[in-house]
Design a protein around this ligand. Structure first.
Ligand code: GLU
Ligand code: MG
Length: 342
């Protein structure tokens, strides 16, 4: 655990990412951290049904009853101090549990852990994944510099540098930061990690974009579509299947698209069940304003080799300096946005 800070008043926030992909939680003083790592903090079951507009639905399952805990996972500690006049951002991602610490099946992180285990039992595979996150500054003038231009990249400095610094302080592994094509749009991507760590990283990435923007007096939005005429912001999930030893099971040079049999089956399953899968990965009204042709959002229910209009894309491999394709080949699921819980 990070012991750099001796200020016992520092707030440490225990958080979870809710079903609408909003990170919510409660803070404690750093002085109490040791004890609270064991007990967590109180949480309320209906918090899982509060809408992004802070309304509790009429048909709420739990009403005013019941109690849960937010139990922190020590592996997820994030402490970022950009020294820009703000207090450090210090938080842990948590599971939502019953009072005895046993898993609660409405906790999205628990659901992911169970799914990862289910996949391993049925196929012997695990998933390695990396998230790309697009976002737009709502405070930036639309007539700004062109997409992908050095000018637009520099226009927000030192935001980019501070974002990379925040990610690295948090122990995450940022890969690229770029000025995207949409209005005031930028993108952050990270290196791959095993499924749970990758999903945690997706939550952390978004929170660090918000935090860095906040400290710069800016406002970043991950909305799938900010206005009807602008390009949307997507979440692209790169992934490959691994065997028990952690070697890729995704590649077979002799098959179509160089996809192994199991990766082909996995892809076919995604394409077949895409309408149902969209319930989770494109869960908001605005999600469907983004999923339209000619915006590279992956609106077509197909597997495409190096085609950005396909919901599922076979990504290229880099073969410079004799690099081998077998551990690199992977898929990219593009029909996702940040209104989805990762
Ligand atoms: N903005 C596009 C989307 O909505 C993606 C553009 C790209 O990076 O290919 O997913
Ligand atoms: Mg992009």
């Amino acid at each position: 655990m990070n012991d750099k800070n001796t200020n016992e008043d520092e707030l440490v926030v225990f958080v979870c990412n809710d079903l609408g992909s909003i990170t919510r939680g409660r803070a404690i003083p750093l002085a109490d951290l040791q004890e609270k790592m064991q007990t967590g903090v109180g949480w309320v079951p209906i918090n899982q049904t509060i809408s992004p507009f802070d309304q509790i639905p009429e048909s709420d399952l739990w009403g005013s009853h019941g109690d849960r805990r937010l139990l922190p996972d020590p592996a997820t500690e994030v402490r970022v101090d950009l020294a820009l006049g703000y207090t450090p951002l210090h938080f842990f991602l948590c599971d939502i549990t019953h009072l005895d610490g046993s898993p609660w099946d409405v906790c999205a992180r628990t659901f992911l852990k169970n799914t990862v285990e289910d996949l391993r039992e049925r196929t012997g595979c695990s998933v390695r994944a990396a998230f790309e996150h697009e976002f737009a500054f709502t405070d930036m003038q639309p007539a700004a510099d062109p997409g992908f231009s050095l000018a637009r990249l520099r226009a927000v400095e030192p935001f980019g540098t501070h974002l990379i610094r925040a990610m690295r302080q948090a122990g995450q592994e940022p890969e690229t930061f770029l000025a995207e094509f949409g209005v005031a749009q930028y993108e952050l991507s990270c290196k791959p990690a095993l499924a749970l760590a990758a999903a945690d990283r997706s939550v952390i990435m978004r929170e660090l974009v918000h935090e860095t923007a906040r400290q710069h007096g800016r406002k970043a939005s991950f909305s799938p579509k900010l206005t009807p005429d602008t390009l949307g912001s997507g979440v692209h999930i790169h992934f490959s299947l691994l065997d028990e030893a952690g070697k890729s099971r995704t590649y077979d040079a002799n098959r179509p698209g160089r996809l192994s049999e199991i990766a082909g089956q996995f892809s076919a399953g995604i394409v077949k069940y895409l309408p149902s899968i969209l319930t989770f990965t494109a869960p908001s009204v605005l999600s469907y304003e983004r999923l339209i042709p000619h915006s590279w959002s992956g609106p077509y229910a197909c597997l495409g080799e190096r085609n950005r209009e396909a919901a599922l894309r076979i990504c290229p491999t880099v073969e410079t300096s004799g690099r081998r394709p077998d551990e690199q080949l992977h898929l990219e699921y593009r029909a996702c946005d940040a209104t989805a819980n990762p």
